[in-house]
Design a protein around this ligand. Structure first.
Ligand code: EPZ
Length: 421
C-alpha cells in the first residue's frame, strides 16, 4: 500500500502547470473506437485511470502507442466488443467505451460498473438512452448484451438528470446514427465540450455541447485526426486550494478560468485574492480565511469533485461553513479523517451535509483515502497541519492526479510517496 508522508506547516508558493484532464481523457480515448482511422491525442495524463482505459482498448484489439502525453491509437483491426468485467469493476468510467463500441459495431457487451466509494452510481440513464436509440438490451450472467437490429436510429432523449457519463455515452453512440439525435437536459460540463470538439475534428456533427440541448447529426464515416485535450480543471482547483489552505501564493500557467468560475467565486468569497488571464489563474491566500456555505450542483454550479477539497480548506476558515452535497450520496468520508486531525465537523446525514466549525488547528495524524478527491483533501489538510501526516491508500489519489508529489514539492511542500508496510 502506498502512502503520502507529509511534514506540514509549509506555505505553498510558486508557479506550476496542471496536467491534462482525466475526465476529458476517458471519453476522448473512447472516440478512437468509433474512428477506425489512426487518431493521436496530446496532453493525456499518465495516471492509473488512463492506463486502465488504454489496456482495455488493447484487449479489444486496438493498436496503442504511448509516448509520454502523446497517444496514437488505431482501431481498424478491433475485433472484440466485450469490455472485460474485472476491468470494468476497477474503473467504472469505462462505461463510455460501451457507447463507442455500440456506435461503431451496433453491438456491445459489458457489465454493470458497480458502485464506488462515493455512491451507488447506477447506469439506468445510459441503458434507457440506448434503448431509445433502437438498441435491444439483454442482461445475462451479470453481463449486459446490447444489439441494434440494423443501425441506431436518431431520436429525442430527455435525461431525467444531467448525467455527465450518460450524455457522453449518447453522443458516442449517436455519431453514426441514422438521422438526428437530440439530448435534452444534457450535462454541460467542459469535458463534454472537449469531447464534442474532438469528435467534430474527426468529421462528426455534434452541436450545442456545453448547453442543455445537444444535437448529433449522424455521419457515414470519420477521418484521421489529432487532438490536444483540455487541462484538468479539478486538478487546477486542487492546486489553488493547496495555496489557500497554507496561506500561500500560486500561479497556474495553463488553466482556463472559464472552467472554474464558481470555484473562483467561492475562493474570493472566503478571502483569497484571485487574478486571471485567458490561460492562467493566480491566487494569493489571506492571513485569515472566512467561512462560507457551499452547495454542489451540475455544471456550471459548484463541482462535486471540488467538494472534499474545499471542505479541507474551510476547516482553517474563521467562522462556520456548511457544505451540502447534492450529486452523490456518500461523499463525506474524508471528513471523518479531518476530525482525526482536529477538525470540528458535525454531520447531518439526512440533509447529506456537514457543518464545519472553522478555525481548527489541524494536527498531523495517520489518515486514509477512501476515494480520489477525499484523498486529495487529506493531502491538503496534511500540508497545513502541524507535524507529520500519513495519508494511506494513496493509490486512490494516483488515479486522478499526475505527478502530484513532484508538483507540490516544487511549490515548497515536504511530501513523499512511500511504500507503507
Ligand atoms: C462524472 O461521473 C465524473 N467522472 C465524476 O468525477 C463527477 O463527479 C461526475 O461526472 C459529476 O460531475 C468522469 O467523468 C470519469 P454522473 P459520472 O453520471 O458520469 C446519478 C472524479 O472524482 N446517475 O453525472 O458517473 C449518479 O449516481 C469523478 O473525477 C444515475 O442515477 O457522473 C450520481 O448521483 C467522481 N443514473 C449523479 O447521477 C445514471 O445512469 C451524477 O452522475 C447515471 C448517473
Amino acid at each position: 500500500m502506498l502512502s503520502y508522508v507529509i511534514e506540514g506547516n509549509n506555505r505553498i508558493e510558486g508557479i506550476v502547470k496542471a496536467s491534462g484532464s482525466k475526465n476529458a481523457a476517458l471519453p476522448i480515448i473512447a472516440t478512437a473506437i468509433l474512428n477506425p482511422e489512426p487518431v493521436t491525442f496530446y496532453n493525456i495524463p499518465d495516471i492509473e485511470d488512463t492506463r486502465i482505459t488504454l489496456k482495455i482498448l488493447k484487449l479489444l484489439g486496438c493498436k496503442v502507442t504511448v509516448n509520454s502525453g502523446k497517444i496514437t491509437i488505431s482501431s481498424k483491426q478491433m475485433n472484440n466488443k466485450t469490455i472485460p468485467k474485472e476491468l470494468m469493476h476497477k474503473l467504472r468510467s469505462t462505461v463510455v467505451l460501451a457507447g463507442a463500441i455500440l456506435g461503431r459495431f451496433k453491438e456491445a457487451t459489458f457489465s454493470f460498473p458497480g458502485g464506488c466509494n462515493i455512491g451507488k452510481r447506477p447506469i439506468d440513464l445510459h441503458l434507457k438512452a440506448f434503448k431509445s436509440l433502437g438498441v435491444e438490451i439483454e442482461e445475462k450472467e451479470d453481463y449486459i448484451h446490447c444489439r441494434a437490429k440494423k443501425e441506431l436510429i436518431g431520436t429525442k432523449i430527455k435525461l431525467d438528470f444531467p448525467s455527465v457519463g450518460a450524455t457522453e455515452n449518447i453522443i458516442l453512440a449517436s455519431v453514426y446514427c441514422k438521422g438526428v439525435t437530440h439530448i435534452l437536459n444534457a450535462a454541460k460540463e467542459p469535458e463534454i465540450q472537449d469531447l464534442a470538439k474532438c469528435l467534430n475534428k474527426m468529421g462528426a456533427k455534434v452541436y450545442g455541447a456545453g448547453t442543455s440541448r445537444i444535437t448529433i447529426c449522424g455521419v457515414k464515416k470519420l477521418h484521421k485526426a489529432d487532438y490536444k485535450i483540455m487541462t484538468d480543471r479539478i486538478e487546477v482547483g486542487t492546486l489553488l486550494c493547496s495555496a489557500a489552505i497554507t496561506k500561500g501564493k500560486i500561479k497556474i500557467e495553463n488553466a482556463n478560468p472559464q472552467h472554474l468560475l464558481n470555484v473562483l467565486y467561492e475562493l474570493k468569497n472566503i478571502g483569497c485574492d484571485i487574478s486571471i488571464t485567458q490561460n492562467s489563474i493566480t491566487l494569493k491566500a489571506p492571513k485569515k480565511l472566512k467561512g462560507t456555505n457551499i452547495e454542489t450542483r451540475p455544471y456550471p454550479g459548484f463541482p462535486t469533485d471540488m467538494q472534499p477539497i474545499i471542505g479541507a480548506v474551510l476547516c482553517k476558515a474563521n467562522g462556520k461553513s456548511i457544505i451540502k452535497e447534492n450529486i452523490f450520496e456518500n461523499r463525506f468520508k474524508y471528513a471523518q479523517d479531518l476530525k482525526k486531525m482536529g477538525a470540528d465537523i458535525i454531520f447531518d446525514n439526512d440533509k447529506n451535509q456537514i457543518e464545519i466549525i472553522g478555525e481548527n488547528h489541524l494536527q498531523g495524524n495517520t489518515v486514509s483515502s477512501a476515494d480520489l478527491r477525499g484523498g486529495a483533501a487529506l493531502v491538503l489538510a496534511g500540508l497545513s497541519a502541524s507535524g507529520t501526516t500519513i495519508v494511506e491508500n494513496a493509490e486512490y489519489i494516483l488515479r486522478g492526479y499526475e505527478n502530484l508529489e513532484q508538483k507540490l514539492k516544487t511549490l515548497g511542500a515536504n511530501i513523499k510517496l512511500c511504500e507503507k508496510h
